[in-house]
Design a protein around this ligand. Structure first.
Ligand code: S3P
Length: 175
């Protein structure tokens, strides 16, 4: 059994994924971290030096290498489900949980570290407009893939969101 967390930047995919894996004693993989490890540099530099296409190719490769029979929590990047090939791979890997958060909160969160988000580059003056634009484009794809949706802004901590998912998805460490 695996659980895949999808959703826009700043919705808590990495933090909730880590908390969930810790509670369950399962492995945790974050596609962004894995790609940074493989390239030996930060995503911002991969986009700048290798290009977005290389990054997207690496995302697909990481997904192709995941074993469906693991006990794994997979935190994806905000753009991972957009490629049709990736969407099919994610659906095979496990139960897909879509994390959502209001755009104002996303903009406030990611706005603090905009330099790390290449897709928001050039929008420093108005990250909220860009966030809304991308959300509008991406939400139909996210929604189509989701087995379950969780609004994360209502939880006090990643641990609280993880506890909710454990009971709702009836997960337990021995599964
Ligand atoms: C991206 C989101 C980022 C990272 C890359 C592209 C996107 O991941 O994969 O900057 O296309 O939305 P997070 O959602 O973890 O920030």
């Amino acid at each position: 059994m695996n659980v895949v967390l999808i959703g826009f930047m700043g919705t808590g995919k990495s933090a909730i994924g880590r908390a969930l894996a810790q509670r369950l004693g399962w492995a945790h993989m974050d596609t962004d971290t894995e790609i940074e490890r493989r390239f030996g540099k930060k995503i911002r530099l991969i986009f700048a030096q290798d290009g977005e296409a290389e990054f997207r190719q690496a995302e697909t490769k990481v997904l192709q290498e995941i074993s469906v029979s693991d006990q794994l929590i997979l935190s994806t990047g905000g753009g991972t489900p957009l490629r049709q090939e990736n969407a099919a791979l994610l659906a095979q890997i496990g139960t897909i949980v879509l994390l959502t958060t209001p755009p104002e909160r996303i903009a406030a969160r990611v706005g603090k570290r905009l330099a790390e988000r290449p897709l928001l580059a050039g929008w420093e003056h108005d990250p909220l407009t860009r966030v809304r634009q991308l959300l509008q484009e991406r939400t139909p794809r996210y929604e189509a893939l989701a087995d379950y949706r969780l609004e994360t802004a209502t939880f006090a901590s990643p641990q609280a969101a993880a506890s909710h998912l454990i009971s709702h998805l009836r997960l337990n460490p021995t599964e």
